[in-house]
Design a protein around this ligand. Structure first.
Ligand code: GDP
Ligand code: MG
Length: 600
């Protein structure tokens, strides 16, 4: 099929606006899937994805469609549906020549609609607005049309008004795609230039790469090289997604499909990378960035005996996921574990959920930390991804000139009535308003700069609950900014617990310090003596809670005896039972950490 008869397009939308439903309807219309298959929502695959209604791993699919007597090859390039994966969205868009912007007729433009629009707009892609769910009684099509005109400046003269669910006007979409979206204009006679925009790990065949062939031709047996890693691979299978992998033996300029390159782990497939023929290097495509985890947490087995099993499970899960980073970590309090880096908190939740569901693991996850930048007197700098790496007070005063934290630009869309409460929320999270615009008479779009650390905790939940679910938000990276951050320790009878340290902004130390001391005191079982729980910055105590000692009769046998004798006694009792952790002279069940951290 010549490049003139190919269209590569994507559907961009806010979550729940009907992207998967529309994609399924298009596959059905073109006979790519049968009616029966479509009910299973072919394009959403992982269990967690179905549960949460979001697409994490994008699913791309080819369709054949006859229009005005000519057969076209249409490649629908799916994009992940969550802000954690914005880089991947931008790379998927880079493989397209145009996008359908799908908007729910009753909800109107939401934060992700705007964020995705700007991603596509900045890549100069033609954007076809489509309004979905016109069947709903609450549909307000007129207002949504004017939102699209006013906010995005898009031409809406012959906008498609559809119901993906009921199949109304679905047939109007593909003719528009063919007419309004340009064909890819690569040159089949030039040297190979292939663009990797998605990948996943398949237990049977290994790493599957999705490629857009920009120039030239890629065939089975070809030897190709990654522009980023300079590693060489041989193409062992190649073809199109229709909707599963269908081998074709080759892909030529303009086409989109899969290639299997005998990569061992998903981490070798760098999204945004360019491949060329061995000994025939070409200029790589712009916009590549290596995966950049932004949220780090310690993961520890609840039961230390599970360490090896958990190690295996984590290895298997990371085979699958190129964007997590893993390092071993040892904690005095929690024993051996890992420090894992994620793209965002959803990514972290999904990882934890998959560990628990697919690998039957129970884990303790520490408070997430973003990477802080430490700038030294000599001009050098380093990133700290674990409170334990934070400079101590001495080093701070002699060697450190500045601490910096990562910032984001957040876009929030909400009904006017909730503006006050949401402005309070953002203010409390150290946000600064950049601008605001009305979308229509009922809704506004506000933009704020916020520290990333503030939105990786409970920002999204708070936003939803304070706005009765009406506010939506999305964000993008804004680099680093100087910030007065400190390390807060939790101490049990004066001993700091490494796994419970946190890096915080100084303005939050009081509130968080009191809250943590209180919550920790609630999960620690009573001991033979009084236990003091304190939060402190360096030597300065912020808050204190006291857990009174057990009453005499309960522990009559060893009360008053020396500590070593009592410890020996306890040691015996523990045999065969779950391990306790000693923090100084206080014994803590691993479950106390679990309870404390999971209720954060
Ligand atoms: P996605 O998150 O954008 O992929 O959205 P889905 O395709 O999963 O759809 C979200 C919800 O909206 C599902 O419950 C769909 O059944 C429903 N939905 C999708 N299209 C329509 C439509 O045209 N009309 C109505 N009433 N519901 C729809
Ligand atoms: Mg979906």
């Amino acid at each position: 099929i010549p490049a003139q008869d190919i269209r590569n397009f994507s559907i961009i939308a806010h979550v729940d606006h009907g992207k998967s439903t529309l994609a399924d309807k298009l596959l059905e219309l073109t006979g790519t899937i049968s009616l029966h298959q479509s009910h299973q929502q072919v394009l959403d695959k992982l269990n967690v994805e179905r549960e949460r209604g979001i697409t994490i791993k994008a699913q791309t699919c080819s369709m054949f469609y006859k229009y005005k007597g000519k057969e076209y090859l249409l490649n629908l390039i799916d994009t992940p549906g969550h802000v954690d994966f914005n880089y991947e969205v931008s790379r998927s868009l880079a493989a397209c020549q145009g996008s359908i912007l799908l908007v729910d007729a009753s909800q109107g433009i939401q934060a992700q609609t705007a964020a995705n629009f700007w991603l596509a707009f900045n890549q100069d892609l033609p954007i076809l607005p489509v309004i979905n769910k016109i069947d709903l009684e609450s549909a307000n099509t007129k207002s949504v049309i004017s939102q699209i005109e006013n906010s995005f400046g898009l031409d809406t003269t012959d906008i498609c008004l559809i119901s993906a669910k009921l199949g109304i006007n679905i047939d109007k979409i593909l003719p528009k795609v063919i007419e309004k979206i340009p064909h890819p204009n690569g040159d089949i006679n030039k040297p190979l230039k292939a663009f990797l925009f998605d990948s996943w790990y398949d237990t049977y065949v290994g790493v599957v790469c999705l490629m857009a062939i920009v120039d030239g031709k890629l065939q089975k047996g070809d030897k190709i090289v990654s522009a980023y890693s300079e590693l060489k691979y041989e193409v062992s299978d190649i073809g199109i997604m229709y909707p599963e992998q269908v081998p074709t033996g080759y892909l030529h300029a303009g086409q989109v499909g899969y290639a299997i390159l005998s990569m061992k782990v998903a981490a070798e497939a760098h999204i945004g990378d360019t491949f060329y023929h061995y000994k025939c290097p070409v200029e790589p495509l712009p916009g590549f960035e290596p995966a950049k985890p932004m949220v780090f947490a310690g993961i520890f087995p609840v039961d230390a005996n599970e360490f090896n099993k958990l190690d295996e499970s984590i290895k298997k899960l990371t085979l699958n996921d190129a964007s997590v980073s893993v390092q071993k970590e040892t904690s005095m309090a929690l024993g051996q574990g890992w420090r894992i880096g994620f793209l965002g908190t959803l990514h972290m939740d999904v990882f934890q959920q998959r560990l628990e569901e697919e690998y039957d693991a129970s884990v303790i996850v520490t408070q997430p930390t973003v990477p802080y930048k430490i700038v030294y007197r000599d001009g050098k700098s380093k990133f700290v991804r674990n409170p334990s790496e934070f400079p101590d007070p001495d080093e701070m005063s002699y060697n450190v000139v500045e601490l910096q934290e990562p910032m984001v630009m957040a876009t929030i869309i909400l009904p006017n009535d909730y503006m006050g409460v949401i402005m309070d929320l953002c203010g409390g999270k150290r946000g600064e308003q950049v601008d605001y615009n009305s979308l229509d008479e009922h809704r506004v779009m506000m933009r704020y700069t916020l520290p990333l650390s503030e939105i990786v905790t409970d920002f999204h939940d708070e936003l939803k609950s304070r706005s009765s679910g009406y506010a939506s938000f999305d964000y993008e990276d804004m680099g680093y900014k100087a910030s007065d951050v400190v390390k807060m320790n939790l101490l049990i009878n004066k001993k700091p617990v490494d796994a419970l340290a946190a890096i915080l902004h100084r303005s939050q130390v009081q509130i968080v310090g009191r809250d943590w001391a209180k919550r920790l005191s609630e999960v620690i079982p009573k001991q033979l003596y009084e236990v003091a729980i304190q939060t402190a910055i360096g030597g300065k105590v912020i808050a204190r809670e006291t857990i009174s000692a057990l009453r005499k009769n309960v522990t009559a046998k060893c009360y008053g005896g020396d500590v070593t004798r009592k410890m020996k006694l306890l040691e015996k009792q523990k045999e065969g039972k779950k391990k306790m952790k000693m923090i100084g002279n206080v014994e803590l069940p691993q479950k106390a950490f679990y309870d404390f951290l999971s209720k954060g």
